[in-house]
Design a protein around this ligand. Sequence first.
Ligand code: SF4
Length: 338
Amino acid sequence: MSSLLELRNISMIFEQKSGMLGKPTPIPAMTDVQLSFEPGEILALVGESGCGKTTLGKVVTGLHKPSKGQLLFQGKDVWNMNKAEFTEYRQSVQLVQQDSYAALNPMRTILQSLSDPILQHKIVRSRKEAHDRVCELLNTVGLTPPEQYIEKYPHQMSGGQRQRVLLARAISLKPKLIVADEPVSMIDVSLRMAILRLMSTLNKNLGIAFIYITHDLATARYIAQHGRMAVMYLGKIVEQGSVHDVLAAPQHPYLQALLSAVPVPNPRIAKAKRELPLKSLDMPSIANPPTGCSFHPRCLYASQTCEQTAPSLAPSGKTIVSCHHVEKVPPWTIATVK
Ligand code: SF4
Protein backbone atom coordinates (compact mmCIF):
# COMPACT_ATOMS: atom_id res chain seq x y z
CA MET A 1 0.00 0.00 0.00
CA SER A 2 1.55 3.32 -1.04
CA SER A 3 1.90 6.34 1.26
CA LEU A 4 -0.22 9.44 0.79
CA LEU A 5 2.88 11.35 -0.27
CA GLU A 6 6.51 10.36 -0.57
CA LEU A 7 9.70 12.31 -1.22
CA ARG A 8 12.31 10.00 -2.75
CA ASN A 9 15.85 11.38 -2.65
CA ILE A 10 14.68 14.86 -3.55
CA SER A 11 17.17 17.67 -4.11
CA MET A 12 16.28 21.24 -5.00
CA ILE A 13 19.02 23.41 -6.42
CA PHE A 14 18.36 27.05 -7.24
CA GLU A 15 20.63 29.16 -9.40
CA GLN A 16 21.63 32.56 -8.08
CA LYS A 17 22.62 34.99 -10.82
CA SER A 18 25.74 37.04 -10.16
CA GLY A 19 25.86 40.08 -12.46
CA MET A 20 25.19 40.21 -16.20
CA LEU A 21 28.00 37.91 -17.31
CA GLY A 22 28.84 36.00 -14.13
CA LYS A 23 28.18 32.27 -13.93
CA PRO A 24 25.07 31.43 -11.86
CA THR A 25 25.88 30.00 -8.43
CA PRO A 26 24.04 26.78 -7.50
CA ILE A 27 22.23 27.01 -4.14
CA PRO A 28 21.40 23.54 -2.77
CA ALA A 29 18.25 24.34 -0.77
CA MET A 30 17.38 20.65 -0.24
CA THR A 31 19.68 17.65 -0.61
CA ASP A 32 18.62 14.03 -0.93
CA VAL A 33 15.52 14.34 1.27
CA GLN A 34 13.53 11.17 1.94
CA LEU A 35 10.23 11.46 3.78
CA SER A 36 6.81 9.87 3.55
CA PHE A 37 3.43 10.93 4.89
CA GLU A 38 0.51 8.70 5.78
CA PRO A 39 -3.16 9.72 5.58
CA GLY A 40 -4.32 11.73 8.59
CA GLU A 41 -0.92 12.09 10.29
CA ILE A 42 0.77 15.24 11.58
CA LEU A 43 4.44 15.81 10.93
CA ALA A 44 6.29 18.77 12.43
CA LEU A 45 9.23 19.90 10.30
CA VAL A 46 11.59 21.99 12.42
CA GLY A 47 14.83 23.88 11.87
CA GLU A 48 16.35 27.35 11.87
CA SER A 49 15.49 30.00 9.29
CA GLY A 50 17.11 29.31 5.94
CA CYS A 51 17.48 25.54 6.48
CA GLY A 52 15.22 24.65 3.53
CA LYS A 53 11.90 24.01 5.34
CA THR A 54 9.87 26.38 3.17
CA THR A 55 11.45 24.97 0.01
CA LEU A 56 10.40 21.49 1.14
CA GLY A 57 6.84 22.78 1.66
CA LYS A 58 6.80 24.23 -1.85
CA VAL A 59 8.13 21.01 -3.36
CA VAL A 60 5.43 19.01 -1.53
CA THR A 61 2.69 21.33 -2.81
CA GLY A 62 3.98 21.26 -6.40
CA LEU A 63 5.10 24.91 -6.47
CA HIS A 64 8.72 23.87 -7.10
CA LYS A 65 9.67 21.05 -9.45
CA PRO A 66 12.56 19.20 -7.77
CA SER A 67 15.95 19.26 -9.47
CA LYS A 68 16.48 15.57 -8.62
CA GLY A 69 14.44 12.73 -7.13
CA GLN A 70 10.76 11.84 -7.24
CA LEU A 71 7.65 13.19 -5.53
CA LEU A 72 4.98 10.49 -5.33
CA PHE A 73 1.34 11.21 -4.53
CA GLN A 74 -0.62 8.03 -3.73
CA GLY A 75 2.16 6.08 -5.47
CA LYS A 76 2.22 8.16 -8.69
CA ASP A 77 5.08 10.38 -9.78
CA VAL A 78 3.62 13.90 -9.59
CA TRP A 79 5.79 15.26 -12.40
CA ASN A 80 4.76 12.47 -14.77
CA MET A 81 1.02 12.75 -14.12
CA ASN A 82 -1.55 13.49 -16.79
CA LYS A 83 -3.55 16.71 -16.49
CA ALA A 84 -6.49 15.16 -14.58
CA GLU A 85 -4.19 13.41 -12.09
CA PHE A 86 -2.12 16.57 -11.56
CA THR A 87 -5.29 18.61 -10.92
CA GLU A 88 -6.44 16.05 -8.33
CA TYR A 89 -3.03 16.17 -6.65
CA ARG A 90 -2.96 20.00 -6.55
CA GLN A 91 -6.47 20.02 -5.07
CA SER A 92 -5.54 17.36 -2.48
CA VAL A 93 -2.38 19.09 -1.22
CA GLN A 94 -2.91 22.65 0.00
CA LEU A 95 -0.52 25.29 1.35
CA VAL A 96 -1.26 27.69 4.21
CA GLN A 97 1.33 30.46 4.21
CA GLN A 98 2.91 32.42 7.02
CA ASP A 99 1.87 35.86 5.78
CA SER A 100 -1.93 35.79 5.70
CA TYR A 101 -2.10 39.38 4.45
CA ALA A 102 0.01 38.62 1.38
CA ALA A 103 -1.86 35.36 0.75
CA LEU A 104 -5.25 37.07 0.37
CA ASN A 105 -6.19 39.49 -2.42
CA PRO A 106 -6.68 42.86 -0.66
CA MET A 107 -9.26 43.93 -3.29
CA ARG A 108 -11.59 40.97 -2.72
CA THR A 109 -13.96 40.24 0.13
CA ILE A 110 -13.71 37.02 2.11
CA LEU A 111 -16.78 35.73 0.25
CA GLN A 112 -15.14 36.40 -3.11
CA SER A 113 -11.79 34.93 -2.07
CA LEU A 114 -13.37 31.73 -0.76
CA SER A 115 -15.98 31.36 -3.54
CA ASP A 116 -13.55 31.42 -6.47
CA PRO A 117 -11.71 28.13 -5.80
CA ILE A 118 -14.85 26.11 -5.01
CA LEU A 119 -16.61 27.40 -8.14
CA GLN A 120 -13.51 26.79 -10.24
CA HIS A 121 -13.12 23.21 -9.00
CA LYS A 122 -16.90 22.64 -9.41
CA ILE A 123 -17.34 21.78 -5.72
CA VAL A 124 -20.42 24.06 -5.91
CA ARG A 125 -22.46 24.95 -9.00
CA SER A 126 -23.84 28.41 -8.33
CA ARG A 127 -23.04 31.67 -6.50
CA LYS A 128 -25.88 30.88 -4.05
CA GLU A 129 -24.40 27.45 -3.23
CA ALA A 130 -20.96 29.08 -2.93
CA HIS A 131 -22.35 31.62 -0.42
CA ASP A 132 -23.86 28.85 1.72
CA ARG A 133 -20.68 26.77 1.56
CA VAL A 134 -18.50 29.76 2.51
CA CYS A 135 -20.74 30.31 5.57
CA GLU A 136 -20.28 26.64 6.55
CA LEU A 137 -16.51 26.95 6.12
CA LEU A 138 -16.32 30.09 8.25
CA ASN A 139 -18.32 28.31 10.95
CA THR A 140 -15.92 25.34 10.79
CA VAL A 141 -12.89 27.58 11.39
CA GLY A 142 -14.56 29.47 14.23
CA LEU A 143 -15.44 32.73 12.41
CA THR A 144 -18.97 32.95 13.74
CA PRO A 145 -21.47 34.26 12.97
CA PRO A 146 -20.20 34.06 9.35
CA GLU A 147 -22.36 37.02 8.26
CA GLN A 148 -20.11 39.20 10.38
CA TYR A 149 -17.02 38.30 8.31
CA ILE A 150 -18.20 37.36 4.83
CA GLU A 151 -18.22 40.88 3.35
CA LYS A 152 -15.01 42.03 5.04
CA TYR A 153 -11.75 42.76 3.25
CA PRO A 154 -8.50 41.25 4.59
CA HIS A 155 -7.32 44.56 6.09
CA GLN A 156 -10.48 44.70 8.21
CA MET A 157 -9.55 41.48 10.02
CA SER A 158 -6.91 40.59 12.61
CA GLY A 159 -3.94 38.33 11.79
CA GLY A 160 -5.56 35.42 13.64
CA GLN A 161 -8.86 35.87 11.74
CA ARG A 162 -7.03 36.01 8.39
CA GLN A 163 -5.15 32.83 9.29
CA ARG A 164 -8.53 31.16 9.93
CA VAL A 165 -9.68 32.36 6.50
CA LEU A 166 -6.60 30.72 4.93
CA LEU A 167 -7.44 27.47 6.70
CA ALA A 168 -11.05 27.78 5.47
CA ARG A 169 -9.78 28.28 1.91
CA ALA A 170 -7.47 25.26 2.24
CA ILE A 171 -10.20 22.91 3.53
CA SER A 172 -12.73 24.19 0.97
CA LEU A 173 -11.07 21.98 -1.65
CA LYS A 174 -11.39 18.87 0.56
CA PRO A 175 -7.63 18.27 0.76
CA LYS A 176 -5.92 15.16 2.06
CA LEU A 177 -2.85 17.10 3.21
CA ILE A 178 -2.25 20.70 4.31
CA VAL A 179 1.25 22.15 4.48
CA ALA A 180 1.13 24.90 7.11
CA ASP A 181 4.28 27.04 6.81
CA GLU A 182 4.91 28.95 10.07
CA PRO A 183 1.15 29.65 10.30
CA VAL A 184 1.30 31.22 13.76
CA SER A 185 4.61 33.08 13.70
CA MET A 186 3.07 36.40 12.59
CA ILE A 187 0.13 36.48 14.99
CA ASP A 188 -0.11 37.49 18.63
CA VAL A 189 1.19 34.91 21.08
CA SER A 190 -2.19 34.91 22.84
CA LEU A 191 -3.93 33.74 19.64
CA ARG A 192 -1.42 31.10 18.61
CA MET A 193 -2.87 28.31 20.72
CA ALA A 194 -6.32 28.87 19.21
CA ILE A 195 -4.98 28.40 15.67
CA LEU A 196 -2.98 25.32 16.69
CA ARG A 197 -6.08 23.85 18.35
CA LEU A 198 -8.08 24.58 15.19
CA MET A 199 -5.56 22.66 13.08
CA SER A 200 -5.73 19.73 15.54
CA THR A 201 -9.52 19.76 15.29
CA LEU A 202 -9.41 19.78 11.47
CA ASN A 203 -6.97 16.88 11.61
CA LYS A 204 -9.19 14.85 13.96
CA ASN A 205 -12.61 15.71 12.54
CA LEU A 206 -11.83 15.82 8.82
CA GLY A 207 -8.89 13.35 8.75
CA ILE A 208 -6.63 15.88 7.00
CA ALA A 209 -2.89 15.21 7.32
CA PHE A 210 -0.72 18.22 8.24
CA ILE A 211 2.90 19.16 7.70
CA TYR A 212 3.55 21.86 10.27
CA ILE A 213 6.67 23.85 9.35
CA THR A 214 8.23 25.84 12.17
CA HIS A 215 11.38 27.00 13.94
CA ASP A 216 9.52 26.79 17.26
CA LEU A 217 9.96 23.47 19.08
CA ALA A 218 7.24 24.26 21.64
CA THR A 219 4.45 24.67 19.07
CA ALA A 220 5.82 21.69 17.10
CA ARG A 221 5.56 19.53 20.20
CA TYR A 222 2.03 20.76 20.87
CA ILE A 223 0.56 20.24 17.40
CA ALA A 224 2.31 16.95 16.64
CA GLN A 225 2.16 15.44 20.13
CA HIS A 226 0.88 12.13 18.71
CA GLY A 227 2.67 12.50 15.37
CA ARG A 228 6.19 12.66 13.99
CA MET A 229 8.96 15.21 13.90
CA ALA A 230 11.69 15.74 11.30
CA VAL A 231 14.61 18.06 12.02
CA MET A 232 16.27 19.85 9.13
CA TYR A 233 19.74 21.42 8.94
CA LEU A 234 21.18 23.10 5.83
CA GLY A 235 18.82 21.35 3.43
CA LYS A 236 19.01 17.86 4.94
CA ILE A 237 16.93 15.87 7.42
CA VAL A 238 19.23 15.04 10.34
CA GLU A 239 16.83 13.24 12.70
CA GLN A 240 13.27 11.99 12.52
CA GLY A 241 10.91 9.84 14.55
CA SER A 242 7.83 10.13 16.76
CA VAL A 243 7.69 13.49 18.53
CA HIS A 244 7.85 11.73 21.86
CA ASP A 245 10.97 9.72 20.99
CA VAL A 246 12.78 12.58 19.24
CA LEU A 247 12.28 15.00 22.13
CA ALA A 248 12.64 12.50 24.99
CA ALA A 249 16.05 11.31 23.74
CA PRO A 250 17.42 13.60 21.01
CA GLN A 251 20.50 12.02 19.45
CA HIS A 252 21.76 14.37 16.75
CA PRO A 253 24.15 17.02 18.19
CA TYR A 254 22.28 19.76 16.27
CA LEU A 255 18.94 18.81 17.81
CA GLN A 256 20.54 18.67 21.26
CA ALA A 257 21.85 22.22 20.68
CA LEU A 258 18.42 23.42 19.49
CA LEU A 259 16.80 22.01 22.62
CA SER A 260 19.47 23.55 24.84
CA ALA A 261 18.63 26.95 23.35
CA VAL A 262 14.96 26.74 24.39
CA PRO A 263 14.33 29.02 27.40
CA VAL A 264 13.47 27.07 30.56
CA PRO A 265 10.72 28.50 32.82
CA ASN A 266 12.27 26.93 35.95
CA PRO A 267 14.70 29.63 37.32
CA ARG A 268 16.89 27.04 39.08
CA ILE A 269 17.52 25.09 35.88
CA ALA A 270 17.77 28.27 33.79
CA LYS A 271 20.42 29.70 36.14
CA ALA A 272 22.38 26.47 35.98
CA LYS A 273 22.34 26.40 32.19
CA ARG A 274 25.76 26.54 30.62
CA GLU A 275 26.87 27.45 27.11
CA LEU A 276 25.22 25.81 24.15
CA PRO A 277 26.86 22.53 23.09
CA LEU A 278 28.26 24.07 19.90
CA LYS A 279 31.72 25.05 18.65
CA SER A 280 30.24 28.03 16.81
CA LEU A 281 26.96 29.91 16.93
CA ASP A 282 27.15 30.88 13.24
CA MET A 283 25.20 28.81 10.77
CA PRO A 284 27.16 28.37 7.52
CA SER A 285 25.54 29.67 4.34
CA ILE A 286 23.33 27.19 2.50
CA ALA A 287 24.88 28.62 -0.69
CA ASN A 288 28.24 27.22 0.35
CA PRO A 289 27.64 24.29 2.70
CA PRO A 290 30.61 22.64 4.45
CA THR A 291 31.99 19.38 3.04
CA GLY A 292 31.09 16.01 4.56
CA CYS A 293 28.60 16.42 7.41
CA SER A 294 27.47 20.02 6.99
CA PHE A 295 27.21 20.37 10.79
CA HIS A 296 30.92 19.54 11.37
CA PRO A 297 32.22 23.15 11.82
CA ARG A 298 29.83 23.55 14.78
CA CYS A 299 29.87 20.02 16.18
CA LEU A 300 31.70 19.10 19.40
CA TYR A 301 32.07 15.48 18.27
CA ALA A 302 33.33 16.04 14.70
CA SER A 303 36.17 13.86 13.38
CA GLN A 304 38.12 13.83 10.14
CA THR A 305 35.54 11.43 8.70
CA CYS A 306 32.84 14.03 9.39
CA GLU A 307 34.80 16.64 7.43
CA GLN A 308 35.12 14.35 4.40
CA THR A 309 32.03 12.13 4.21
CA ALA A 310 28.37 13.04 4.54
CA PRO A 311 26.52 10.66 6.89
CA SER A 312 23.28 8.94 5.83
CA LEU A 313 20.09 8.59 7.84
CA ALA A 314 20.12 5.28 9.73
CA PRO A 315 18.04 3.81 12.57
CA SER A 316 19.48 4.51 16.01
CA GLY A 317 17.49 3.64 19.11
CA LYS A 318 13.90 4.65 18.45
CA THR A 319 14.63 7.33 15.83
CA ILE A 320 16.48 7.74 12.53
CA VAL A 321 19.64 9.86 12.73
CA SER A 322 22.24 11.15 10.29
CA CYS A 323 25.51 11.07 12.24
CA HIS A 324 28.75 9.05 11.97
CA HIS A 325 29.35 9.02 15.71
CA VAL A 326 25.88 8.87 17.19
CA GLU A 327 26.99 6.23 19.72
CA LYS A 328 29.63 8.68 21.10
CA VAL A 329 27.19 11.56 21.56
CA PRO A 330 26.17 11.64 25.26
CA PRO A 331 22.45 11.30 26.01
CA TRP A 332 20.72 14.65 26.45
CA THR A 333 17.94 15.56 28.83
CA ILE A 334 17.06 18.87 30.40
CA ALA A 335 18.49 17.54 33.67
CA THR A 336 21.90 17.02 32.06
CA VAL A 337 22.28 20.75 31.39
CA LYS A 338 24.45 21.75 34.34
FE1 SF4 B 1 28.87 15.82 14.41
FE2 SF4 B 1 30.17 14.12 12.81
FE3 SF4 B 1 27.75 13.51 13.70
FE4 SF4 B 1 28.08 15.45 11.88
S1 SF4 B 1 28.51 13.29 11.61
S2 SF4 B 1 26.77 15.53 13.68
S3 SF4 B 1 29.99 16.35 12.56
S4 SF4 B 1 29.59 13.76 14.93
